[in-house]
Design a binder for this molecule. Sequence first.
Ligand code: MLT
Length: 411
Amino acid sequence: MALINENFLKLKAGYLFPEIARRVKAFVDGNPEAAKRLIRCGIGDVTEALPEAVRYAMHEAIDEMGDRKTFKGYGPEQGYDFLRNAIADHDFKAKGVNVDADEIFISDGSKCDTGNILDIFGRGNKIAITDPVYPVYVDTNVMIGNTGDADENGAYAGLTYLKCGPENGFVPAIPSERVDLVYLCYPNNPTGAVATRAQLEAWVQYALKNDTIILYDAAYEAFIRDPEIPHSIFEIPGARDCAIEFRSFSKNGGFTGMRCAFVVIPKGLMGKTADGTKQAIHPLWSRRHSTKFNGASYIIQKGAEALYTDEGKSQVKALIEHYMGNAALLVQACKDAGLAVYGGVNAPYVWVGCPAGVTSWQMFDKMLNEANVVITPGSGFGSAGEGYFRISAFNSRANVEEVCTRIKALK
Ligand code: MLT
């Protein structure tokens, strides 16, 4: 009989969102009438139609595929140059940020990228994550064997947890000990917090001093409205020597069902072998990508490229305005209901304190049963998320207005 990867047996319950889906299904099956009123604000999944510029570009790409003269088979694993160049020019160079097209690796999603990146790092690294945190960072470390078992709070032995709460604006204090890898996500999923330039500068200084690599997840950068808040870790001097950045078209372009994202790895970023020899990270990821991935679909990459046209940019702006308008309504409704509210200003997530004495999962049940609204329990993002819940602003305006009414009516 084949041996299994026993690390999987250490994982707690299901992945958060399948677990929510399971509970929601049980509710729907048991309450068919109430289920008709159900509004889902749990998983952060976009709801509005793809930008027209994207659809148009994809139609053209399909026609190219329908003609043997322009048909495309396998594409370059790292992504087509037209998309890598568009990203480098519009997301970085136009903003004065030094990232070259060949430092950009196109993929089919940031969830995969943030998990797969562990392939190129050795075992025995000291790894820090924030708490609360996007669960993928934790679970992929468990799967690959970077942790011990979980304790009764769900904290895994071997990981360094950086507590985030209102007292630090949900941006962790610089740790007193050194770590090899640290995951930072800003704008933050789940708390909707943003990191200021000064906070990111402090992290980059820490990383440079300690030979730490920052795994910077900027999947929600398009939602930043405050002009002072950095969109990329590479806006911070020194970050090219200590950071990898993950970006996604899921939430800005409405690509959750299309699948397209990218990783930025500066060519000078170094790790080391066990004997201390320095080794560039970029060729390792390039090799990994070429071996385990055959490139994102040409049609999808053509769609993503269209996000950088003038029409695409203005259609993305309209989408962001729509979702952030939702966020503002949700923030206000929670405030009106007397709840403590965070996020929702530069991020599409609203992070809400549960009423006194109510746990996150109790709040989940209350919202499901009394308001027929699906939210995400904060404890699903880590023990420091206990006592909070997350509302996703990805929805229609009508649904959000209805959710606001129901929140205010909650007993
Ligand atoms: C979330 O709800 O946290 C996100 O949709 C998860 C993801 O982007 O994978």
